[in-house]
Design a protein around this ligand. Structure first.
Ligand code: HEC
Length: 163
């Protein structure tokens, strides 16, 4: 409802929000918005890095099945607790000779001895640090850059001190 006369007093009252002058409310809101966007920008690398680690964990555990070869087992065939991805002798052999067959899988928790860039290239191309393809039965992965980065971020996160 409009008052009969738009006098100054009425306008002054309308331009208030819960007793605060509207100009102050606008200033408050934009300060808040600025603070929130700064906080979001500041957190961005950490937030997206932890997202990458979650994706990498998923790829390593549910798609690559890395632990099947890279985690040691006891004599009953059960994984040894606390030795996740710490390298293992394989407990199977090919039925006929296979060139370059590797009888053991190295430790990959923390990717010791690998820079992130070397490891990302390896998971994108199958080519290792020595410029050669890893021997079978290591699969020759051809991951997208994003997936390779995720796998490497996750493996590095398992031993952050090796960074
Ligand atoms: C079927 C068994 C098997 C699976 C599954 C497997 N690996 Fe391997 N991996 C090996 C073996 C064996 C080697 C050693 C190859 C060699 O010495 O030539 C190896 C080597 C590697 C290396 C070192 C390569 C190099 O050039 O030295 C990395 C890194 C690696 N694997 C990561 C992974 C990751 C990550 C996964 C899961 C996404 C995975 N592997 C799944 C068996 C496997």
């Amino acid at each position: 409802m409009l008052p009969d006369r738009l006098d100054k007093d009425w306008l002054g009252k309308r331009l208030q929000f819960r007793g605060l002058p509207l100009t102050r409310v606008v200033v408050l809101c934009s300060t808040l918005l600025f603070a929130v966007s700064m906080a979001a920008a500041g957190n961005k690398p950490t937030a997206s890095h932890s997202k990458l680690i979650v994706q990498g964990k998923y790829l390593v555990e549910n798609l690559g099945m890395c632990k099947d070869c890279h985690s040691p087992r006891n004599e009953k065939g059960d994984f040894i607790p606390g030795r996740y991805l710490e390298g293992a002798k394989l407990d199977f052999l090919p039925m006929h000779p296979v060139p370059n067959w590797a009888p053991a899988a190295p430790a990959i928790a923390g990717l010791p001895g690998w820079t992130s860039a070397e490891a990302i290239r390896f998971f994108m191309t199958g080519i290792g640090k020595n410029g050669k393809l890893a021997g079978p039965p290591m699969p020759q992965f051809r991951l997208s850059r994003r997936d390779a980065e995720a796998v490497v971020a996750y493996l590095k996160s398992l031993r952050p001190e090796d960074e």
